[in-house]
Write a protein that binds this ligand. Structure first.
Ligand code: NAD
Length: 409
């Protein structure tokens, strides 16, 4: 059975609360979002018929700043998932210390089945139902799975039409010519590698020079993680996408894999590499494992087969609590999602800030600020990890909860 993500989120907080003896009333408050909303969105389809879609927005906590988090388009979106993701956003924003709370939204839809016109009408319909909840000082959505800068552009335009304002900071993840930020594309993958660098530097895990890395996924996050880690001299030996993966213990040159995927539409069949499944990629004899695709891939069923010494969670929620227990007993270090992949939202904050102040920063400026901010987040997490002799997940939760509870008080 797959773990209910909202139950997982609450269990993670509870564990941290007990270790650090956090204020029980405030912890109870954090286990429920401030507000969640379900809306029905009627959309005129190209063939003249009308279809009703279901959309959600969960606003978890805004003690530290406006609610902030993406909007996901997927056929499996549901309220528990959206609530859990909004919860994780509050904690992620607190770990990386940006002045935002947590929010998340979604629509039950397979966007690949819609025409561009239908997708635009659906996106605008979502905003028409929810625009009163949005705004630069109130709730700032962004892209998530299957949404992008174009969709944010439609949503912003609809928001501005409905409210009669010019308010680009209401949405982040916009395209560059529509108020987006330089460096946002690279931010999550590079941010993960900045954290990884610190893990090695602080000797949290002893890795040989040129240590091997397996990355599940080959999307935005995975490709920039591969690029940056390769540049540091690590050996990316396995990569995968939804159709399967490839493995070569001698290393895969990421640029060549990218070209192969462009030419053939898949990773499978990459010269010199063995085709592997998305299950096998997790269990390879590598030093570092980077889940960068889906949630719930490391479970009680496969945790004992994981051979990596270090897991860097770039996907949201890839590890279930049952797997966490196994990793702790096997002394496998897990750098949790709310720290490892916080580079994305950190740069969304930079985008929001630039919009609010009418500034435009260069890519170098953005990446330098990101590196500084996320490395500080790692140092703050490490101090809790050492203070409580606990896992990095518990330490990150303790750090975030301390910050949120302080603001609530
Ligand atoms: P993406 O859509 O660009 O890439 C997703 C990748 O996962 C693709 O390579 C896809 O082929 C692969 N995939 C899909 N189904 C799979 C399956 N069954 N098995 C293995 N691989 C599969 O998405 P992304 O932006 O790279 O996001 C990846 C993960 O990182 C998600 O969990 C997302 O929530 C998380 N994340 C992303 C960001 C960001 O800024 N993009 C920020 C924080 C967290």
């Amino acid at each position: 059975m797959t773990a209910n993500p909202f139950e997982t989120a609450k269990a993670q907080l509870e564990q941290a609360a007990q270790i650090a003896k956090l204020d029980a009333d405030k912890v109870a408050q954090l286990k429920t979002p401030d507000r969640y909303t379900e809306v029905s969105i009627p959309v005129k389809m190209d063939n003249g018929s009308q279809k009703i879609f279901t959309g959600f927005r969960s606003q978890h906590n805004n003690a530290r700043g406006p609610y902030k988090g993406g909007i996901r388009y997927h056929q499996q979106v549901n309220l528990d998932e959206v609530r859990a993701l909004s919860f994780w956003m509050s904690f992620k924003n607190a770990v990386v210390n940006v002045p935002f709370g947590g929010g998340k939204g979604g629509i039950i839809v397979n966007p690949k089945e819609l025409s561009a016109g239908e997708l635009e009408r659906l996106s605008r319909g979502y905003v028409r139902k929810l625009y009163r909840l949005f705004g630069p000082e109130f709730d700032v959505p962004a892209p998530d799975v299957n949404t992008n800068g174009q969709i944010m552009g439609w949503m912003l335009d609809e928001f501005e039409k409905q409210t009669g304002t010019k308010a680009p900071a209401t949405f982040t993840g916009k395209s560059l010519d529509n108020g987006g930020s330089q460096g946002r594309e690279e931010a999550t993958g590079f941010g993960g590698v900045y954290v990884f660098e610190e893990v090695v530097k602080q000797k949290v895990v002893d890795l040989p020079k040129g240590a091997s890395i397996a990355i599940q996924g080959f999307g935005n996050v995975a490709t920039f993680f591969a690029q940056a880690s390769e540049k540091l001299g690590y050996k990316v030996v396995a990569l995968s996408d939804s159709k399967g993966g490839i493995y070569n213990p001698e290393g895969l040159a990421y640029e060549k894999v990218l070209a192969h995927k462009k030419a053939t539409g898949a990773l499978n069949g990459f010269p010199g590499a063995k085709n592997i499944s998305n299950t096998e990629i997790l269990e390879l004899p590598v030093s570092v494992l980077v889940p960068a695709a889906l949630e719930n891939v490391l479970t009680g069923d496969n945790a004992s087969k994981i051979k990596a010494k270090l897991i860097v969670e770039m996907a949201n929620g890839p590890t279930t609590p049952a797997a966490d227990m196994v990793f702790e007993s096997k002394k496998i270090v897990v750098i949790p999602d709310i720290l490892a992949n916080s580079g994305g939202v950190c740069t969304s904050y930079f985008e929001w800030y630039q919009n609010m102040k009418h500034e435009v920063w260069s890519k170098e400026q953005v990446l330098e600020k990101l590196s500084k901010q996320i490395k500080q987040a790692f140092a703050d997490t490490l101090s809790r990890q050492q203070k409580y002799s606990t896992t990095f997940r518990n330490a990150a939760y303790i750090l975030a909860a301390e910050r949120i509870i302080e603001a609530m008080k």
